[in-house]
Design a protein around this ligand. Structure first.
Ligand code: SAM
Length: 236
């Protein structure tokens, strides 16, 4: 029997994690998102994988990517189901070596294994996508440890979202891994905090990660985590 076909990204203009609504939000909240985008720029600046080929998963139009980022790599491949986002991304001045691939690496339990096999010598950036798509089995931390341990990969992703205003907004990078409650207490004062858990806390295992707030809308905040995995580093 032939092996099952790789799952393919289908064009999505109404996806809840992207699509037309996301473009309208990005335009409407450009100023509100600027501080968060500056944090993402700092994180990406500190991420210097030795690979010359970048695979970026879920870039949308690159709203969060600093100018010039794509030009740091000899080749950039993007996995993005939103056709308008692909068109806008390809018009960026730094998108000189940008290509698109149709692998859907997030839909099936073997998706990350297929990604690892198709892009063996590639640094991978998950661009605020893993907290928005449910893991097809287990959880994303388990799947990444299982299939991408030998890749250089990095991710920024939603950890929780809430409508409770934070007491403090400064980004932070705890030097030791701490429980979720302790990380939340860095942003929210004590008391009842109702959150949606996106199931991605400590994505790269039990090592320190960095955090920033994304004020996605006037009364909604996402706590976003950043981690950069070194190829071959076992999960702590
Ligand atoms: C929240 S947006 C993040 C956009 C952008 N990276 C940013 O930081 O502003 C999530 C993106 O993931 C894309 N996406 C959804 N499912 C995906 C999949 N299976 N593979 C790749 N990208 C996907 C959506 O189309 C959307 O552009």
């Amino acid at each position: 029997m032939p092996p099952p076909l790789a799952p393919t990204l289908r064009d999505q203009l109404l996806d809840p994690s992207g699509g037309l609504i996301y473009h309208l939000r990005a335009a409407r909240h450009r100023r509100r998102w600027a501080g968060f985008h500056a944090c993402v720029a700092d994180w990406l600046d500190g991420w210097q994988p030795t690979r010359r080929h970048l695979l970026i998963v879920g870039p949308n139009a690159g709203y969060a990517l600093p100018a010039g980022f794509l030009a740091r790599f000899e080749t950039v491949t993007a996995l993005e189901p939103d056709p308008l986002a692909r068109w806008l991304l390809s018009r960026r001045p730094d998108a000189v070596a940008l290509h698109f691939d149709r692998l859907d690496a997030l839909a099936t339990p073997d998706g990350l294994a297929r990604l690892a096999a198709r892009f063996p010598d590639t640094a991978v950036l998950f661009s605020n996508v893993l907290g928005q798509c449910s893991a097809p089995c287990a959880d994303w931390a388990t799947l990444l440890a299982r299939h991408l341990a030998d890749h250089a990969w990095a991710s920024y992703h939603d950890v929780i979202s809430t409508t409770t205003p934070p007491a403090r907004t400064a980004a932070c990078a705890p030097t030791t891994a701490e429980p979720l409650d302790a990380t939340l207490a860095r942003f929210w004062a004590g008391g009842e905090l109702t959150v949606v858990d996106h199931g991605t806390f400590h994505l790269d295992g039990n090592r320190p990660h960095a955090y920033a707030l994304w004020p996605i809308a006037p009364r909604r905040w996402h706590l976003v985590e950043w981690c950069a995995h070194t190829a071959g580093a076992a999960q702590a």
